[in-house]
Design a protein around this ligand. Sequence first.
Ligand SMILES: Nc1nc2c(c(=O)[nH]1)N[C@H]1C(S)=C(S)[C@@H](COP(=O)(O)O)O[C@H]1N2
Ligand SMILES: [Mo]
Length: 254
Amino acid sequence: MADSTSSPSTDEAVQRELQRRSRRAFLVGGVAALAGLGGWRWLVTRPAANGTPWPLRGILNANGQLASEYFSNAHLAPVFPRSQAQEPRYNGKVGLGGNFDPAAWRLRVQTDSAGGIRALTLADIQALPRVEMTTELKCIEGWSVVVHWAGARFADFVARYAPAAAEAPYTYLTTPDQQYYVGLDRQSALHPQTLLCYEMNGQPLTLQHGAPLRLVAPVKYGIKYLKRIGSISFPTQRPPDYWAQRGYDWYAGH
Ligand SMILES: Nc1nc2c(c(=O)[nH]1)N[C@H]1C(S)=C(S)[C@@H](COP(=O)(O)O)O[C@H]1N2
Ligand SMILES: [Mo]
């Protein structure tokens, strides 16, 4: 592609180049331009602007609405200083009813394609490497809030407890009563910022916010942050999704 021979060498040049293109042409051309700049190894060693290497940040800004599988796990959502973290509103309570006892809770995990199920405790999840991050929870209703989370990477959970699932094309999570359910593509599930969270803003999760365990996926809208996870499985077909069935985009990336 012609563009790859004239690699833009400054942030401004990249911006100008991006603006020159149509959105569709850009998605393809932008990736080619990055390849021309020397590929991902170069990209990820660039100084971060707002938590994301600057060439990619520019692209995300210019192209924020396109869910880009192209960027794979090099697409990181912005991170914020912990001091900016706030208490999110209690939003969405589907599947949070009933007489729920977090102490008796078990996470049911599909461990293999033959239908094997394993019941895990919160201690099992907390035994995985602990990750903390301060990211923005964005609701499709139009509000957003910066929150500090602690939990385990979903990718680490898969590697430890469902190794065969690492190659499964989809992940499916439901509340214990199966009233709320979320489907994720494999790349989003294994994304380094996708966490199984047990703490919010330095405190154990409250019931309203999904105790004892919820999903947090900053590359997605809040509709995917399933609270009170009851089961996790790894289907080969695209699973249903509560909000996708009500007209929202199945991927719900941003
Ligand atoms: N079980 C369950 N999880 C859910 C929802 C829900 O209705 N039920 N709503 C989602 C939506 S739309 C958002 S924006 C976030 C809000 O999380 P919060 O209540 O911790 O702010 O939870 C998500 N997870
Ligand atoms: Mo939401």
